[in-house]
Ligand binder design. Structure first.
Ligand code: SF4
Length: 613
């Protein structure tokens, strides 16, 4: 088979045993890789009753067919599991180098089940899996862990690991890669799942390579597209994603003061990527095979580490009213080292600040004052969350569970969907984000459908958008969300970065690359139907764990409180209208879930039992 190893390792930590699962071309064509294969294996190896932090919850890593081919931005992998933060389906897309070395190890993926009695790390080379004592690593942060393992195994390996937050099973903990450059499978608590298995790290490498079906044609196309991405991605390379912070503020997209304000005009220039370039920026970073290199490297008083991206600047910055870029960068570095998702961490801290302002939390709860803009308070809370100190143990459960615990009307200030905190884009600004967040299978996620750039300045003729879509309009946005979810399911299965799509890698190019790598010849319709198949599997998982239409909603603040100023002043999304469109387009039932006939049509009828919640 071209483009694949055709093997996935099923690793049982409890029994220290490994079995190889072989798959064939038909399976690969149907589920592609990454998100698709990961979702398939999750439905296979999980049950609706499997608790997220139980040893039976599988932790799955998958690469895609593009990995290792030189296709630009293909150095990515997908982590799939059941989320301890939401209880729902969880997938997390990570960049860096780990995926590249995983494929070189002879496996396209890992399905990790069971719980080791003692801390363990896995080393996986050329088709063989070893279980190693990790007592010496336990307690180290992610940078230290990577450092120790690279010293032991050399530079030409990939390391995936957790920090203390994952060890402590904090539901905001992610899985980290590439040491100080911190490429994270950040959202939804995959790090806590890893910690619950006593699994500190995975080291991968080897010299296994896979053949491409049409090497020369692929090389020519890659050369052309690398140039295109370099040219169009110049701004991202120069200023990173936070180069867009001022524009986000102007449009009314940037979250400010726990999503309660419309403008941050007088402060925003202090926290932009441009400001970073003038002050602490020391270089940029690129994931494997990426010509764009949007990652930031900063110098924090002599310590060189990964710098904050837009989501982090917004969530730990403006959403907490912090306007000191150095403090934001320090908070980012702490989260990366200790292994926390910066988006949800910023969100729970903003939530705590609002509760403090309203007198629901007091000094003794948060170990001192916690006023808006208090950068030192942000750093203190990151520590309390990581080490489960005092209220940190509650905040680390995420805003939904924290508000249930705290009570006193705090739920109205918890800004999440299905328990996952909103990332830094506002459905009141880009209307497609309303149905996008509400229906996203992992809770509020801007990358699940990634439609909003096409409401700003882009066109996507292959999806039926020859002109830019009006961001303030609700009509058509439910359909737009469904189409982009299907697209993103393919992007996450082939495994390229969504910024490549943003910069002009269209479906025709993705299909051509798939043909060159694997020999699979997909039409536009095949491509989108495969995306639909993959998305529907994820939805089936959520139906199985008891999620239905009533969970497809948004926080009251986003639905009912318009911004008081700025570029989205006075706007509110019409979510119900979008949802009607969305379910109709998908052909799902009125209660917002697919029926057996939907699964049968897509060739995934074997998972119909997941629909019997
Ligand atoms: S654009 Fe940025 S996130 Fe995407 S692959 Fe390149 S460096 Fe990684």
């Amino acid at each position: 088979m071209y483009g694949y190893n055709g093997k996935v390792a099923l690793v049982d930590l409890a029994n220290r045993a490994t079995r190889t699962i072989d798959y064939d071309e038909e399976f690969a064509r149907k589920f592609i890789g990454g998100s698709g294969m990961g979702s398939y294996f999750l439905l296979k190896y999980c049950t609706p009753n499997t608790e997220p932090l139980s040893q039976d919850n599988p932790l799955i890593y998958m690469v895609g067919p593009y990995q290792g081919t030189g296709i630009p931005t293909s150095g990515r992998h997908q982590v799939v599991t059941r989320s301890p933060l939401t209880g729902a389906f969880l997938e997390s897309d990570a960049g860096g180098t780990f995926g590249f070395f995983l494929k070189r190890s002879g496996f396209d993926g890992l399905i990790i089940v069971g719980k080791s009695e003692k801390p363990v790390y896995l080393s996986i080379f050329n088709g063989s899996v070893a279980f190693n004592d990790a007592q010496q690593l336990w307690g180290l942060d992610t940078v230290e862990t990577e450092g120790v393992l690279k010293k032991l195994y050399g530079r030409a390996v990939g390391v995936s690991c957790i920090g203390p937050a994952g060890e402590n099973m904090v539901p905001l903990a992610g899985i980290f890669h590439d040491g100080p450059d911190a490429r994270a499978a950040g959202r939804g608590g995959a790090g806590a799942v890893m910690g619950s298995k006593n699994l500190k790290a995975i080291v991968v490498g080897g010299d296994r390579t896979v053949e491409s079906f049409h090497k020369e044609r692929l090389a020519a196309s890659v050369k052309e597209k690398v140039k295109l991405l370099k040219d169009r991605g110049y701004g991202l390379s120069l200023y990173g994603t936070s180069g867009g912070t001022a524009l986000a503020e102007e449009l009314g997209d940037l979250p400010i003061k726990n999503w309660s304000l419309g403008s941050f005009k007088d402060k925003v220039t202090l926290i932009t990527g441009q400001r970073m370039a003038e002050t602490i920026l020391a270089g940029n970073y690129g994931c494997m095979a990426c010509p764009i290199r949007c990652g930031r490297v900063v110098d924090l008083d002599g310590t060189i580490c990964g710098g904050p991206e837009y989501e982090t600047v917004a969530m730990l910055g403006s959403n907490c009213m912090v306007d000191d870029l150095n403090v934001i960068a320090e908070a980012n570095a702490l989260c990366n080292r200790w292994g926390l998702d910066t988006i949800s961490t910023g969100a729970v801290i903003a939530f705590a600040m609002e509760l403090y302002e309203r007198g629901i939390l007091v000094d003794s709860d948060v170990q001192g004052a916690l006023r808006w803009g208090d950068g030192r308070g942000v750093l203190r809370l990151i520590s309390m969350i990581t080490f489960k100190e005092g209220i940190g143990a509650i905040l680390g459960q995420g805003t939904k569970k924290a508000s249930e615990h705290i009570g006193k009307g705090s739920a109205q200030f918890a800004i999440h969907v299905k328990g996952l905190e909103l990332p830094a884009h506002d459905p009141r600004c880009f209307k497609s984000l309303a149905s996008g967040y509400a229906t996203s299978v992992r809770g509020a996620c801007h990358l699940n459908s990634y439609s909003y750039p096409w409401e700003r300045s882009m066109t996507f003729p292959e999806l039926g958008y020859p002109d830019t879509v009006d961001r303030k309009e609700d009509k058509g946005k439910g359909i737009m969300t469904a189409k982009f979810q299907n697209l993103c399911s393919m992007v996450d299965s082939l495994k390229i970065c969504k910024f490549a799509v943003l910069l002009g890698i269209d479906i025709a190019t993705m299909c051509d690359w798939l043909l060159c790598v694997t020999g699979f010849n997909l039409s536009l319709e095949d491509f989108l139907q495969t995306g639909e198949r993959i998305y529907t599997m994820k939805k089936a998982f959520n139906v199985g764990v008891g999620l239905a239409r009533e969970h497809d909603t948004l926080p009251e603040r986003i639905l009912k409180e318009p911004r008081d100023s700025g570029g989205s002043q006075g706007l509110l999304p019409d979510l119900e209208r979008q949802l009607e469109e969305y379910y109709n387009f998908r052909g799902w039932k009125a209660n917002g879930v697919p029926g057996k006939e939907n699964l049968d049509k897509l060739g995934i009828g074997e998972f119909a039992h997941w629909l019997q919640a």
